[in-house]
Design a protein around this ligand. Structure first.
Ligand code: PFF
Length: 452
């Protein structure tokens, strides 16, 4: 184990603190906002099956690998990859993997912050009773109003970015650990309340059937790519976020057990969000394929009609904001850690630089929902393009490289020593990371390119 070296950025106070932070990174808008809407766009059950299979066969082994690389390298992903490739006697160009991840995190945060801004806007809409007694048309009008207003979105996006940077400035232990400790259980409880409401709302069975009975004729190669990309996105894999958190992990912790916990919690939250939302969609004759506005057009209906809806509505959006915050912190951390290590600037300056650049790109994302919505590349507006580029391409490519590096380039004695798994467990992991994960990612890419 690599206890000998410690990260210069600090270390988690315990295994529990790492679990909290990594779960905080994984559970975010991806689970509650993105999973339901892409499931709706891609026909339901079959898409969910592919996503779950990708989490199990690709996501979990790669998460183990990514945490392991971080803990052994103990630096920002770029420098970690440099020192680990030197250790393995491999090509130093492996460090480009760190670059790819840093850029992906940056691009994701630019739009993530805009969507998190929507969640903040909804805290206030809920607080001022905006959803009380509303019908589906009114709720849609509220959302469309927000979309049409660059000023409102810019305000919330800016505020969210400022808050994120404040937390990142305080560093690993100061900012993160405290925030997640209460957040996860609270989010879980409120999702359960929403599920209970969905059960009584009329179309529960239809919602469950949509989510869990697969009809594979409904998905094509692109849907499979989206499901696989989402497995990476939701687990924060393939871009160094989990790697950089792993670099702050004390040496004696079991990486595999930790991974199962994080992936399990992440998957449960996503499924609960789906179970809460789709019955509402069908009960109110809404469109499952409504797109990024889906949760903002369905959940307010529940809050507007259920007992205690005002309180739950405010709480839900506050928690969604916090869930987004603990993820966005990890999106920018690789860049901040790299700036501190290589440019020898202080942490707070690194935050200002990285945050400002991300904010500026986010402004363009805001415009892509209104004044620039007509500007398209490959039939996608800027938001859709960034999402596709990062979740469907950059993260899976990053994950593929992590799998190849951990499975084929690192010395087996080193991986064995880091993971400390029982022999059979190690063999299973090795098989998944050497063959199953890389080959699956590769095949999905070939399929999308039409080669298969
Ligand atoms: N996992 C986060 C979510 O599901 O919302 C998003 C994310 C965070 C993706 C960090 C990638 C990442 F590195």
């Amino acid at each position: 184990m690599s206890d000998k070296t410690r990260s210069i950025h600090g270390e988690w106070s315990s295994r529990f603190a790492f679990i909290l932070a990594a779960t905080g990174s994984a559970v975010g808008l991806g689970n509650i906002w993105k999973f339901p809407y892409i499931t709706g766009q891609n026909g339901g059950g079959a898409f969910v099956m592919v996503y779950l299979a990708c989490v199990a066969a690709i996501g979990i082994p790669i998460m183990i690998a990514e945490i392991m690389l971080g803990r052994r390298g103990r630096q920002s992903p770029i420098n970690t990859m440099q020192s680990l490739s030197a250790e393995a006697g491999a090509d130093p160009r492996w460090h480009y993997l760190g670059w790819l991840g840093m850029i992906a995190g940056f691009l994701i945060l630019a739009y993530y912050s805009v969507i998190a801004g929507w969640a903040m806007a909804y805290i206030f809409k809920a607080f001022f009773g905006g959803f009380f007694g509303t019908d589906a048309g009114e709720v849609k009008a509220i959302f469309d109003g927000l979309m049409a207003s660059p000023i409102q979105q810019l305000f919330w996006h800016t505020l969210f970015m400022i808050v994120t940077m404040q937390v990142v400035m305080r560093g690993v232990q100061g900012g993160l650990e405290k925030a997640v400790r209460f957040l996860m259980p609270a989010l879980f409880v409120i999702l359960m309340i929403l599920v209970a409401y969905a059960m009584s709302s009329g179309a529960y069975e239809q919602g469950i059937e949509f989510l869990f009975s697969p009809d594979f004729s409904k998905i094509d190669a692109d849907a499979v790519l989206t499901a696989m990309g989402h497995a990476f996105f939701t687990l924060s894999l393939g871009m160094g976020a989990i790697m950089v958190y792993g670099s702050y992990l004390p040496g004696h912790v079991s990486i595999a057990k930790t991974t199962f916990f994080i992936a399990g919690a992440d998957t449960i939250v996503a499924l609960l969000a789906g179970i809460a939302i789709f019955p509402l969609v069908f009960a109110n004759n809404l469109e499952a394929a409504a797109g990024p506005g889906l949760i903002f057009q369905t959940l307010p209906l529940a809050f507007g009609h259920m007992g205690g809806g005002w309180l739950f509505g405010v709480l839900f959006f506050v928690l969604l904001f916090f869930a987004a915050l603990t993820s966005s912190i990890s999106l920018i951390e690789p860049a901040v850690a790299w700036l501190v290590e290589n440019k020898e600037i202080e942490r707070h300056r690194a935050c200002v630089w990285a945050g400002s650049a991300c904010w500026a790109l986010g402004v363009a994302v805001v415009f892509s929902f209104n004044i620039w919505s007509g500007h398209k590349w490959f039939d996608k507006n800027l938001f859709e393009l960034l999402d596709y580029l990062t979740a469907n391409l950059m993260l899976p490519i990053g994950g593929l490289c992590i799998a190849l590096f951990a499975g084929w380039t690192m010395r087996q004695t080193d991986t064995e020593q880091e993971l400390e798994l029982p022999e059979q467990g190690f063999q299973v992991w090795q098989f998944l990371i050497k063959y199953v994960a890389p080959v699956s990612v590769f095949l999905v890419f070939l399929h999308v390119l039409g080669v298969l």
